[in-house]
Design a binder for this molecule. Sequence first.
Ligand code: UDP
Length: 253
Amino acid sequence: MSSREPLYEGKAKIIFKGPEDGTLFQYFKDDATAFNAQKKAVLEGKGVLNNRISEFVMENLGRMGIPTHFIKRLNMREQLLREVEIIPLEVVVRNVAAGSIAKRFGLTEGDPLPRSIVEFYYKNDALEDPMVAEEHITAFNWATTQDMDEMIAMALRVNDYLSGMFMAVGIRLIDFKLEFGRVYDQNDMPRVILADEISPDSCRLWDAHTNEKLDKDRFRRDLGNVTEAYAEVARRLGIMKENGSVTEEGSPE
Ligand code: UDP
């Protein structure tokens, strides 16, 4: 790993200062945590897979006109990013009942929701990321009403795109989490763009035929074969060679 001074070390990634002002390096670790970091493990190769899967998803979203912080992948574990002012919210989109919504409302896991539901959580480990309403978000100045409208609109576009992309390779997108950041354009006007990562760490992905879990729930629920499941997602998306390895070189310029 690089000897550079980290700006921020999270549970699964490290952020370093980038080569130019307004850029960052994002390094994907093999560390896995769940239940607010009470459960921890090192899953060899997870970081490499998430780097590649997130690159693939962010590039495709960029092509669809969704602005993201992703600039390019540099190597097996690192990406070059545009620096953003992170909005301290986790935006969760759900299509099918699972995880906390199933528990909160007594729903059966796997039951389709009447429509896609967007939820907001306040990013704060000490408080265990509490769910929040627009009232809290605007009152505490985490985001404006306009930021929220933009995040909801982008989250639903991401959901439509990803649902189709995964369904085409036999995977059902159950739910996922997004993070957004603010950037300032030449005229100093703030704009919200997609940030962080999109990978099996941040999505629930079930095989469309067998309902086998191909995501971080394999770790949370001790189902085993976690990295194998992530590799299966990469393989189906066509970003992993049939021999099981991911390509070594950086993404083309
Ligand atoms: N999620 C995430 N980070 C978090 C919390 C949730 O990436 O800190 C993702 C999770 O992987 C799932 C979705 O957001 O795809 C909804 O998670 P949920 O609220 O059901 O919580 P969980 O059951 O994961 O605790």
